[in-house]
Design a protein. Structure first.
Length: 359
């Protein structure tokens, strides 16, 4: 099903695809569609270093012994280290640095909207393109599409987004919020806050947010958000929220130009980060923040955003197309717009554009 719709994408891990037996030719998982692999990985993780017996798997999830053995073998084939003890059962001792939809679902647990369906592709043009196609096919909101690499990853303002294989998190989320088009900056702000929290929780690093969508560490960009909108004059039809996080790139994997302005969590931390853990932290936070935005509680996020924002209080230059505006970034308004006190004393609401510090 997915393969035929998305011919430009290679689906990740054919062996895993075979396990998701009721999705013909595709590889998906979600809380709407929980596979046996998700049950197995959830139970092994919940055991927190302990073992789970075959009898437990049979009783809780109805997995017969022969099926369990074959699933465990498949998971081992993907790189999961699972020890077997004849008396105690199965124990998960290590996980590969791989984005495996069923594992992401197992790690994520229950969500309201974002992540109830997860798809992982080995390669796509851009995950935003894949989600855009799903949106046009009428898929319900909340689906998340990851790619291990993108051949045409894009950033804001038509920039190229470098997306090397297995080095980062490149994913997009389909949303259908009941918001006015001018309110969607709220979602970008919510995503920035969610990414901030997730990075902080997983790595202990304290990034800064540059309005509206850049996550920086020591002044260099580590993550970005590309929000693409399909709307009528007064109604959002759907939104594709694309997120790119430079997780495990090493310095020599950035071009000389990018090295001056971009960094990765691995460079900043001095050690690699488990992408699946970071991915699920981001999705969990995003799910919570999306619920807040939809419930009209954006102001709860705005305060947190301002706390981490390196733009507020600074003299900045805002570029909107060919236009340049200088002024002081004062605060965020109720819609997520940046309030700029211009050099002429006017207060301008900025809903898009590029902000740089005015040195
Ligand atoms: C930016 O800061 O300019 C936004 C970068 C967004 C990159 C992500 S990677 C996943 C998704 N697919 C894309 O082509 N772009 C976004």
């Amino acid at each position: 099903m997915i393969l035929s719709r998305l011919s430009s994408c290679c689906l990740l891990s054919l062996s895993a695809a075979c396990l998701a037996s009721s999705v013909a030719g595709g590889y998906k998982a979600g809380t709407d569609f929980v596979t046996t692999d998700t049950h197995i990985l959830s139970a092994l993780r919940d055991a927190d270093g302990g073992s789970v017996s075959a009898a437990d798997f049979a009783e809780k999830f109805g997995v017969a012994r022969a099926e369990l053995c074959s699933r465990i073998e498949n998971l081992r084939g993907l790189g999961y280290e699972i020890e077997t003890s004849p008396h105690l059962g199965y124990k998960l001792t290590d996980s590969p640095d791989l984005l495996h939809a069923e594992d992401l679902i197992a790690r994520l647990g229950k969500v309201k909207v974002i992540g109830r369906d997860i798809q992982v592709f080995e390669q796509t043009t851009s995950t935003n393109d894949v989600v855009e196609k799903l949106a046009r096919d009428g898929v319900k909101e909340g689906v998340v599409v990851f790619a291990e690499s993108q051949t045409k990853g894009r950033g804001r303002l038509g920039r190229v987004w470098m997306s090397p294989a297995r080095k980062g998190l490149w994913f997009s989320v389909l949303l259908r919020p009941k918001l006015q088009p001018q309110e969607i900056t709220q979602l970008t702000v919510a995503a920035a806050v969610a990414i901030w929290r997730a990075i902080n929780r997983v790595t202990d690093l304290r990034p800064e947010i540059k309005w509206p969508n850049d996550i920086l560490i020591r002044g260099k960009k580590v993550a970005g958000i590309l929000t693409e909108l399909s709307a009528e004059v007064d109604r959002v039809k759907h939104i594709t929220l694309g997120v790119g996080v430079d997780v495990n790139l090493e310095a020599n994997e950035f071009s000389a130009g990018l090295r001056k302005i971009a960094t990765s969590l691995r460079i900043e931390l001095g050690k690699p980060v488990l992408r699946a853990e970071l991915a699920t932290e981001i999705l969990r936070e995003l799910d919570r923040d999306y619920a807040r935005v939809c419930a009209g509680k954006f102001s709860e996020l705005a305060d947190e955003w301002e706390e981490h924002c390196s733009t507020i209080g600074k003299q900045v230059i805002v570029g909107i197309g060919e236009r340049r505006m200088r002024g002081r970034a004062e605060s965020l308004d109720d819609d997520g717009a940046l309030l700029l006190r211009t050099e002429h004393g006017r207060l301008e609401r900025i809903i898009g554009g590029d902000v740089t510090l005015d040195k």
